[in-house]
Design a protein around this ligand. Structure first.
Ligand code: CP
Length: 311
């Protein structure tokens, strides 16, 4: 196995090789053991300073990165655009260069614009981790999702995964498709045609218009939130009607002739894409995904920091 990543930044799963993903998973296995011990902290990133720049709302990703950084003993600074000088018209590059002047080694950034992380990586001298850029990619989410499938089934290769919901506006969907396919899973999508991107064929992904057929086909259903904040027009008549046709509830699961695993990246709109009796059931591994997110982010940061020391 490789001893370090083939990339200098984590900008998207698109840029990773399968061997990168295998290395991240192997490294996360070690960190997962550590964070389940009484002493959860290691000194691995003691000399590294990390800035978490969040230009968009986040609960899970922000807390998970911050915890991962602290478990690795990094120095951490946090930035939220709502309370910053971005509101006074400062550009992204000026904001980040001012932060870097404080000797920051790694920038973790969530930004509403697709490509914002790629732009930063070309213009500043720090390792960049994309924590979600618009409707483009959310690489650590896809890594923790695939890692959770591997944990549940022993391997990702050969598994059938359906991604249900708003594929058109979802960075989680695109990163999951890249990641799962690189690991040898078969990926399909399900949802209203109006929420399917035009380039599905180019991604090697087919579309189930019917939820029951999709769930009957899959081993794992990764159910996504309807991204109302990114929808500029109405893509379906109402949330109530969406829930009636595409909502995953106990009745739908009871109608299948097999058991499937339910995943969700969060935040959940309970009663829309997922009912509470499914979200809180033994079918769901949603909180395992959250736990694995810390180990995956520790692995990514540790491996990128290794590249700083080697430079
Ligand atoms: N899954 C995810 O990205 O959640 P947050 O938006 O809360 O970070």
């Amino acid at each position: 196995m490789m001893s370090n990543l083939s990339v200098d930044h984590l900008l998207g799963i698109k840029y990773l090789k399968k061997s990168d993903i295998d290395l991240i998973f192997k490294t996360a296995d070690n960190f997962k053991k550590i964070i389940n011990q009484p002493i959860k902290k290691v000194p691995s990133l003691r000399d590294i300073t990390i800035a978490n720049l969040f230009f968009e709302n986040s609960t899970r990703t922000k807390l998970s990165f911050e915890l991962a950084e602290k478990r690795l003993s990094a120095d951490v600074i946090n930035f939220a655009s709502a309370s910053s000088s971005v509101k006074k018209g400062e550009t992204l590059l000026d904001t980040v260069n001012n932060i870097l002047a404080m000797k920051v080694d790694i920038v973790v950034m969530r930004h509403p614009n697709p490509g914002a992380s790629v732009f930063l990586s070309r213009n500043i001298d720090a390792k960049i981790v994309n924590a979600g850029d618009g409707a483009h990619e959310h690489p650590t989410q896809a890594l923790l999702d695939a890692y959770s499938i591997r944990e549940k089934y022993g391997e990702v290769e050969g598994k059938k995964v359906v991604i249900v919901g708003d594929i058109l506006h979802s960075r989680v969907a695109l990163s999951n498709i890249y990641c799962l396919q690189k690991l040898g899973a078969e990926v399909k999508v399900c949802g209203p045609s109006s929420l399917m991107p035009k380039h599905l064929d180019a991604l090697g992904v087919t579309h189930f218009p019917d939820l029951k057929e999709a769930l009957q086909w899959c081993d794992v259903a990764n159910v996504l939130r309807i991204q109302l904040e990114r929808q500029d027009v109405n893509y379906f008549p109402s949330l109530r009607e969406y829930a009636m046709v595409y909502g995953v509830d106990k009745e739908v699961l009871d109608g299948l002739d097999k058991e499937i695993t339910i995943m969700h990246p969060g935040p959940i709109n309970r009663g829309v894409e997922l009912s509470s009796d499914v979200a809180d059931s033994d079918h769901a591994i949603i909180l395992d995904q959250v736990e694995n997110g810390v180990a995956i982010r520790m692995a990514v940061l540790y491996l990128l920091a290794g590249k700083i020391k080697n430079n």
